[in-house]
Design a protein around this ligand. Structure first.
Ligand SMILES: NC(=O)c1ccc[n+]([C@@H]2O[C@H](COP(=O)([O-])OP(=O)(O)OC[C@H]3O[C@@H](n4cnc5c(N)ncnc54)[C@H](O)[C@@H]3O)[C@@H](O)[C@H]2O)c1
Length: 424
């Protein structure tokens, strides 16, 4: 695979890149980091008027409730932080209006959308950046640097984990409305935070997946008092294009943390699970290490560039680097490392792993949408558990079938959603 230089790109002092951000939830982090990354925020868009007005007033930018009108604003690029399952159609519209696009996860919600997104991107001549921030956490950037230097040899086995439990009230506040995507996306779908770091460090892509889920837990109040109708968590086993195997774990198990582990044929590297998780552990077998090398080294890496700006932003600095690389890609005209194809690769793994899980975890091939001949085979695949578009024969949200939230959960949800200003 081609090697793309991630850091040390010189920041040119050309004209400002004007951006608009859709979605005033997660979108606020892009709004607030824009200036540091060399972007000028000029417009924001959200259908939730109260939230939009509050954020718009605070930031002093033009506000829109209508995406089509927003796209007519005089700007160069849009950042998509609307609902998880609605990014691809928004990206395609933005390309049609000649805007560069940076999109939150997921890049697409169906395979057909992945095909349409790749085609629209190619037609547009614009930049697409998949805004996966986890690869840019300091220990993941450092692991990429070590891997490129050959410190652990060739990638053989890797793990990426995104384990994120929360009390029911906290989860309800994040997922207002019975059909909010967080309440129905199958547990395999939110997989890019765990898969992206391994792909980034090792320059590999998944070619086959087996999906496994831990079913909905009727004895866990964080689930039974929530409106979520999907399972506890998912594990996806991926065969990578160099023959290596990767395990992705994500969901609401106890044991909050993000962990990455890469085994090569000459050593191992991982971020620490104990104490400061930003520390990196490098291990080489005593009989193989160089004379002046230690068997085990544990240290806290720093960013090789932009540490001052990155350390002020969320997700371990990842939130700075996504915007930074988006700006650099627009300035240089070179697509970023997390380009449209890698975004689609990691997003469709979650969809295909759900197919696998529903079929007793049988392997499913991951099509490569860089190739039009492959895209042709999937252009009508609209398989989706979205309650608004689901047709006969399309999948449930849980491996157990349709789960009906309990009456106490519904009444708690009403109270929490009202506090958020959400009215059904
Ligand atoms: N990378 C990360 O670390 C990270 C963290 C949190 C969320 N996210 C992602 O960010 C996205 C947004 O998540 P969120 O946490 O803000 O929650 P969310 O999905 O509830 O918020 C989306 C926002 O978009 C607005 N919106 C929805 N449809 C719209 C439309 N048609 N036009 C304009 N605005 C619209 C909603 O009113 C809401 O304010 C999701 O894809 C999520 O996966 C990523």
């Amino acid at each position: 695979m081609e090697l793309v230089i991630i850091t040390n790109i010189q920041h040119s002092k050309e004209k400002q890149i004007r951006i608009g951000v859709v979605g005033a939830g997660r979108g606020q982090s892009y709004m607030r980091v824009a200036a540091a990354a060399g972007l000028e925020l000029v417009a924001i868009c959200d259908t939730w008027e109260e939230k939009l007005k509050r954020v718009g007033d605070e930031l002093g930018v033009t506000t829109y409730t209508d995406y089509d009108k927003f796209l007519e604003h005089d700007m160069d690029a849009v950042v998509l932080c609307n609902y998880f399952h609605e990014h691809a159609p928004f990206a395609i519209k933005a390309f049609e209006m000649e805007k560069h696009v940076m999109s939150e996860c997921a890049a697409c919600h169906t395979l057909a959308e992945g095909v349409a997104l790749a085609r629209a991107f190619e037609k547009s001549g614009k930049v697409y950046m998949f805004a996966e921030n986890y690869p840019y956490m300091v220990y993941n950037q450092e692991m990429r640097r070590l891997y490129q230097k050959g410190e652990i040899g060739e990638f053989k086995y890797g793990e990426g984990e995104y384990v994120h439990p929360d009390p029911a009230e906290v989860k309800l506040a994040r997922s207002c409305g019975m059909d909010h995507w967080r309440n129905w996306i199958p547990s395999t779908y939110y997989c890019t935070h765990s898969i992206a770091p391994v792909m980034f460090i090792t320059d590999t892509r998944p070619v086959k997946v087996n999906g496994f889920v831990v079913p909905y837990d009727f004895s866990d109040p964080t689930q039974t008092m929530h409106m979520k109708r999907s399972d506890t968590c998912a594990t996806i086993i991926c065969r990578m294009d160099n023959g290596a195997v990767m395990k992705s774990l994500h969901g609401a198990l106890r044991g909050h943390g993000n962990y990455v582990r890469i085994h090569g044929n000459k050593g191992l590297m991982e971020n620490c699970r104990h104490g400061d998780k930003g520390r990196l552990r490098l291990w080489r077998e005593p009989w193989e290490k160089g004379e002046d090398e230690a068997t085990e080294v544990v240290y806290k890496p720093d960013f090789s560039a932009h540490s001052d700006k990155a350390t002020k932003t969320g997700h371990g600095g990842g939130d700075f680097f996504t915007s930074y690389h988006f700006a650099e890609a627009i300035r240089t005209g070179e697509q970023p490392y997390l380009d449209v194809y890698r975004g689609i690769d990691m997003s469709i793994v979650g969809i295909l792993a759900w197919r696998s899980a529903l079929n007793d975890s049988a392997p499913v091939a991951v099509p490569d949408f860089r190739k039009e001949s492959v895209r042709k085979l999937h252009e009508n695949d609209d398989w989706s558990p979205d309650p608004k578009r689901k047709k006969d024969g399309q999948p449930p949200s849980s491996i157990l079938g349709d789960i009906e939230p309990s009456e106490p959960a519904k009444s708690l949800a009403k109270q929490v959603w009202a506090k958020q200003g959400y009215v059904e």
